[in-house]
Design a protein around this ligand. Structure first.
Ligand code: DWN
Length: 420
């Protein structure tokens, strides 16, 4: 029997006409991923046949400040609600990465126990706990109740709130300004882009540093990482666009590091004093030479995405036609975009596994893949597993030696679908 199409209902969203950062009305769309459900809104068993909230997913380039952004802003409360399932600590690679970040900052800034560190989007305390272990005062700020409760449980003092410019005044008054501000993978999530950055400038000390990590739009385009596009991610950042945005609020991009995490990210270092270093100048020059600050860099992306989706679906269907069984690994937000924009549902993928216990027993949005513990790969022996959490592929494949020894094979979807 033909699979029924996922049922969606219109969500609460607003379409922008002006750039989220500079306000210019020069937004040029270059990728339309259609109407999709919310990537981190896993479906409970009792909701399985209910229509899911969904919104258009269209990506545009600002000719004014080079910022890449989606055109529709979904109500934040609908995205980051009580059931928001993302807990950073389920990714050992991310924990190691965060520890390296903290130890590097403690060393670079010669911090001692008098230091005060704030993290915006502190989740379950995965990063701040490293400062707590070093005897420093911390404050986490995050809107998701589950992760905040987990942070408090881990001894990381946290505030349940969305960070805004107004909240910044309160934090500076009640807690003082910080030596270090961390904000990893959050800038892109905030609808009030300028308010968020203005708030940051109010809570960092004059001799402090703001350390921000975010996926790099150059890597997204170069490696066809279209699945990292979803409603939580309003912005897709380049050095050029970020430099414009922070200068507007008196923060100077003085250093930057290119990292492999999350498919390619940048770690930006901002300070209230201008002292732009070589690494920033190099990336700004490269972006200029490549045209990352022009629409030309993005115009063929849509056709490259179409090719990847078609190649992946053709590969999976050909395997199914030969009698193979296929599952997936990683009930990741990016996995939701991948399955829903490629038309992968339970007619092709039997189930998805994930270590995050808050996701197990639920179903992925749209394609409704049941989420099981990773042990299901060895127990149910699918011939293939589509690696939806490809950014952690090495670590996951190391963990899944038993599955691979019994003949199981992984399929990596980006930048080109391939069996490994
Ligand atoms: O911006 C965001 C990124 C940074 O993290 C958030 N909006 C949401 C989230 O996106 P994501 O869900 O695509 O991120 P991850 O961390 O790539 O998702 C990995 C998934 O795989 C998680 O559900 C955890 C799971 N996992 C696992 O089951 N076994 C991860 C590892 C490393 C593992 O060994």
């Amino acid at each position: 029997m033909a699979k029924s199409e996922p049922q969606f209902m219109p969500a609460r969203f607003e379409r922008i006409t002006k750039c989220r950062a500079c306000g210019a009305d020069k937004l040029t769309p270059f990728l339309d991923l259609g109407v999709t459900p919310f990537a981190d809104r896993l479906v409970e068993l009792h909701e399985l046949h209910d229509p899911e909230p969904a919104a258009p997913l269209t990506v545009a380039f600002c000719e004014g400040c080079s910022l890449v952004q989606i055109l529709d802003t979904v109500e934040p409360e609908d995205l980051f609600d009580r059931a928001y399932p993302y807990y950073s600590s389920f990714s050992p690679a991310l924990l190691d990465h965060s520890r390296e970040n903290v130890l590097d900052i403690i060393d670079r800034r010669t911090l001692d126990e008098s230091a005060f560190v704030i993290e915006l989007a502190s989740n379950d305390g995965y990063l701040l706990k490293n400062y707590v272990d070093a005897g420093m005062r911390v404050l986490g700020i995050d809107p998701a109740p589950g992760p905040v409760a987990a942070a408090e449980e881990a001894g990381v003092s946290s505030m349940l709130a969305f960070f805004t410019e107004e909240l910044a005044d309160r934090v500076a008054g009640e807690h003082g300004r910080a030596d270090v501000i961390h904000a990893n993978n959050v800038l892109a999530h905030v609808a009030d882009t300028n308010g968020f950055v203005a708030g940051i400038s109010k809570i960092v000390k004059d001799d402090g540093v703001v350390v921000i990590e975010a996926p790099y739009v150059r890597d997204l385009i170069d490696h066809v990482e279209f699945d990292t596009i979803y409603h939580e991610h309003l912005l897709y950042l380049s050095v050029t666009a970020v430099d414009h945005l922070f200068r507007r609020h008196g923060l100077y991009l003085n250093d930057v590091k290119h990292l492999s995490i999350h498919g390619g990210s940048l770690r930006y270092y901002f300070e209230p004093q201008e002292n732009v270093g070589k690494a920033v100048k190099t990336l700004l020059r490269e972006e200029d030479e490549l045209g990352v600050n022009t629409i030309k860099f993005y115009t063929d992306f849509s056709s490259r995405v179409d090719t990847l989706r078609s190649d992946l679906k053709t590969l999976l269907i050909s395997l199914k036609e030969k009698g193979a069984s296929i599952a997936a690994y990683g009930a990741a937000a990016k996995g939701a975009t991948m399955i829903n924009c490629t038309g992968l549902d339970t007619s092709i993928l039997d189930f998805v596994v994930d270590r995050n216990t808050h996701k197990q027993g639920k179903y992925m949005p749209g394609g409704k893949l049941p989420v099981l513990p990773p042990e299901a790969l060895v127990e149910r022996k699918p011939d293939y597993a589509l690696m939806l959490a490809w950014n952690f592929a090495d670590e996951i494949m190391r963990q899944q030696t038993a599955y691979r020894e019994q003949g199981g094979k992984f399929i990596i979807p980006v930048p080109k679908p391939r069996i490994v």
